[in-house]
Structure formats: C-alpha cells, structure tokens
Design a protein around this ligand. Sequence first.
Ligand SMILES: [Zn+2]
Length: 690
Amino acid sequence: MKTAAFLLTALTLLAATPPAAAGSEPVISHTARLTFDVATHSVQIVDLLEIPAGVDHLRLNRGMTITAIEAADGAQGDVRLAVQASDDADDPILELDLTRLGLGDRGGRLVVTFGGTFLESVADAVFSRENVGNEITATIGEEGIYLSSAAEWLPRADGTLAIHDLTIMTPAGFETVTQGTRTVHETAGAVLTTRWVAPDPSDGINLIANRYFVHEEPVREGVVSQTFFLEDDARLRATYMERTKAYIAMYEEMIGPYPYTKFATVENWFPTGYGMPSYTLLGSQVLRLPFIPYTSFGHEIAHNWWGNAVFVDTAEGNWCEGLTVYCADYHYKAQESPEAARSYRRTLLKDYAAYTKDAANDFPLAAFLSRHSGATRAVGYGKSMMVFHMADRMIGREAFLEGLRRVAREHNFSKAAWSDFLDAFATAGGRDLAAFGDQWLNRTGAPFLALKDVAFADDKVAFTLVQSDPAYALEVPVVVTGAAGPQEHIVALAALEQEFTLAGTGITRLAVDPDAHLFRRLHRQEIEPTISQVLADEDPVFVLQDAAAEMTAAARAFAASYAETEDFTLVADGTLPQPGRSGIIINPPATRVKELAAPELVVAGSTVFVAGKRYSLKDYDLVFAGFDRGDGDATHLVVLCDSTYRLEALARRVGHYGKYSWLLLPTGQGKVLRGNWETGDSPLAAARPR
Ligand SMILES: [Zn+2]
C-alpha cells in the first residue's frame, strides 16, 4: 500500500510545501485522505490543513461530525470548545474557531478528522430554464458519489482559495475524478485507491465517483484528454476527444497555454451542466445532445482560462461570462459566417430589450455577479459580451488578442478586474479607454439612436444622429450603399445630436449600425416578435377558449410546467390580457390566429403556410410569437396542438427556442423546424427617393 504509506508520511512529518500565493488571496492547502462507504452513504476524512496567516475561522458542512483536531505541535484541540454549529438556518455550518485551538490568526498546520453521511434523492433533479438552485450538493451511494464544492465537505474560509492533494478510497469498480492530475490508481482487494494532486489554487472542489469507463488520449506534450463515461460508447468518446483537442489548440493560440495537465469529460447520472477546473460534468442526456460538443462544451473548456485560471475580481463586476461567451459561443458563430455572427449579436440586443422592458430589471455591468434571471443574463452575459466586441472593433483584432493574452499571463491563478482588461486593451491598442469603460460598466441602460434630416446628393449624403440623454461617446458604424456597393464608415458621436456628411458616388441608401455592432436599445421596428419576449414576461396569462374538459386539464398542466409554479392565471373565455402583458393562447379560433400571425404565416384549417412552404398540423404542432396590434407593447404566444398528451410536454421544449419567432414541432419523430419573422423597415435606414 504505497499510497497509504505516503499519506502517513505527510501527516507525520507535516512536510508539505507552503501554499502558493495567488495575488492577495490567502491559500489553504489540503492533504486529505477520504474513505467512502457507499453501503452506509458515508465518508470519513482526515485532512491535514496548512492555514495561512490571517485566517482565524473555518467552515464545514453541518452534516459532518468532527472527531479529532490535532494542532502541529501535537497538542490536542478540544473539539467541544473549538467547534460550534451556527444557528443561522440559511447558512447551516460548523464553525471552527482557530483562536480556541491556540492558533489565533497566525496560521499553521492542523489535522482534522471528521465524517458524515450524505444521501440526496436525484430523482427530481432537473435542469431548469431559470430556476437554478435546488440542486444536488452531496450524495454517496451505489449509484454514484457526488460531493460539490457548495457542500463544503472540506474545511474552508471565506475569501480564501485552496490547493488539494486527495487520496481517495472507494469500492473497487468505482473510478474517481476531480480537478488536478491523477497520480495513483491502485486496486487492492475490494478497495481502489486513487490520488489526485491539484497544485493550482481554486475556490472550491467537486469530487465525483462512479462505475466509469475511463479513456485517455494525448492532446499535446503535458496535456491529456480523458473521458469518464457510464457506457463504453466509442463514437461519443471519439467526438469528445476530437473536440477537446480542437478547442484546446484553438484557445492556446487565441489566449495562451492551457493551464492544467488534463481535460476530462465526465458523465453524470443526474442532470448537470457544470464546468470545473480541468473537467466538465454533464448529465447523460445533455452529453448525448448532438449540438453540445459544438456549443456549450467549448464554452466550458474556455472557462479553464476565464474563471478557473484567471479569477474574477468582483469588486468591479463579473466580466467572466461575457468574455467566455465572446471567446466561445459567439466566436463559433463568427467562424461560421458574418451573417451568423450578426444574428447572434441581434439576438443579444433583442433579449436585452425584452428582459429590461421593465427598467427596474436593468442594472450596471459593474453590479453583475451571477445569472439568476433573464435580465441578469441579458446584462451579465449579453451586454458584457458586447463590451468586449466593441473594444475589439475599436482597437483591432490583433491588439485585442494581445490584451487578452496579457491578462491571462499576468493573472494566471489570481484575480483580474474589468480595469485589468481595459488597461491591457488600452496599452495594446494605444488608446485611452477610461471613458469607454466608465460609460459601459458604471451606467445602467443603453443608448437609443435616431436618424433624421437625411439629404442625398450625387456625391455625398448628409444626416443627423440623435441619441438619448445623457449622451454616450460612440463609434457608430454607418453603411452607405453607392455605385461600388455597401461601404462601412465609422462616425464618432459624442453629443446628443450631431450632423455628419459622408462622401461617395451614386449613393442610394444609408443605414446606421445595420449589423448590430453597438450595444444599444433597438427600435421596435428592428425587432420581430420572438418567443423570448414572451418568456421575459414573468407572469403571463394563459388563454383558452371553448376548450373541452380534457384540453383544459392539459392546458393547466402546460401552464404549470411553463410557469414552473402552480400559481398562474388562466382564463377560459378567450380574453387577451391587460396591455403590456403577454398571453399564451392555446388553440384559439382562426380569427385570433389571423390577428396575431405575421404576413408570412397563413393557417387554413389543418394546413399551414410558413414563408411559402406548406405543412400539415397533423404532422406538426405550431407555436408562434405575434405582436398584439391593438397593444403596441405586448407579444403573445400562440400554441396550436390538438393532443392533450403532447401539449404538456411542449411547455418545457418551447423554453429552449427563445430566439425564434415560430416553431413547427413534429408530432412524431423528426427535427423541430423554426425561424424568425421578417422585421419591419428600420427607422435607422433611409433610401434615396427615386
Ligand atoms: Zn459560463
């Protein structure tokens, strides 16, 4: 038992190296030995902690029982004196007072022996649209072991980071995975011993074990790709291995060296979609969705640079999601085509308009910490990404990437703030970005632009740009179409109202920011009705008319599932809701369908024409968003589905397609067809009168 001997040595000699410094964050070092008993759902832990100066309290999961505390000098701490259970119901923890152990806040070494029993039902674990929370934090059993950092299963302290060296005893047949490098893997009798060494600081640690098929392939010298799958699926494995190598290569070129020795794709037996330092934990279903390897999987890998290695200094707001989206989700669209990138940016602007329709939901980026609603996502992810995009356009791609690389290099395993990025961009681009940063980070809202007094002449076009008060300093793209085709000009707008003249020959058209490069509040005419506008209404009204009893029951089930609560409003007489509120209108009469349908949609009996193509409502259920022409501000959702059985299931599916205007969902097997209605004429464009 080589491993056990090693741990014993470590505990006896207390010879671990001092914790690395990470910026100003103190780092706690753990050298721990964990013994799992899945039959009794329990774990026993002996943790040797090296505590830096300045830390005088530790927290631990309340479900743990501490049986011994030994200080470095061999003195036995009195558990009864040093450990207290907090009586805060919202924060039920055990508190270790280091002063009572004679350590004070000088730091030092401590061996804590503790254990606990953890069993949570994963039966109800779902991946919800917005209601994150109510998640599994810790469970130990035959079906798997899962200890999340939120469970605080190792002693920790607020405002600190930790490094880990874990030796883990599990039943033979289980495989463990966590952050770091696996340095020991030995089976002796019925026990598997694995050791994971994670020398880089992190703000928490998750541990997973299950009956995995483990595979490993090299990515490059010093980095491997691993898969931990519950089935030995060679095709699935090949996809994730290939994607891991491709993403790591792409981001090493874009940002800098991959910060870890492995990246593992880990299958979970209940629904999750988490990215952790050097691995991702995906539920069985999510793992098998065909688009995941090409979308959110890359996002999780990008987080190994942004968030896992470069930490967020939240004092100036959380920049991390916006930048990760910019380097991942958005970047993949930009690689696909300029049109796909434009559509992505427009979706962000439309989401922002929808989710901040109630201005009380808006807030400055500097106040963003984490996503917990559509509005926090629209600002914390969407606006944030657009700030990086605008900076990229202002200083140019090469300087932008140079700035990113500098932050990644200088803040490896330490905190970075928005100002670190802005400083790096300013240096690389040779521009002062102080005012740029101030207006986008500290102000709530977005500029709203208007175009007036457009005068076309043979060799020029004159126009006036107007913006909402107080003015932003903006570099506004203006596309002028002349004899030589469309050409983009950048005009600097800093006043509330400013006149410009652009030269060209044979100018026929002028459009202000037609490609949505600026973060701005869109005009109503620039937005087509989309499902997300309905999703943004936190309290929509469900509308039925002349429905049979079974359909009414199915509509109630649909409403409960859609609203994620039993507390919803349902009207049965076809009345549309009050102005400004969205209705979800289930199987309305033909006249109502016609009222709400875009010009490209015609429903005649069970035949549907969408943009000239013909479908049958026997083959598809139809869901579409439409503006209420009587109410300038409301978007309604119409659902045509004649099956009580399918209706309830539709509620959850619709939430995945927020950016679209219409969906045709096959009644049997097949692909969901979807698309967007055309927008109206933009008030930010003008054509030369003929
Ligand atoms: Zn993310």
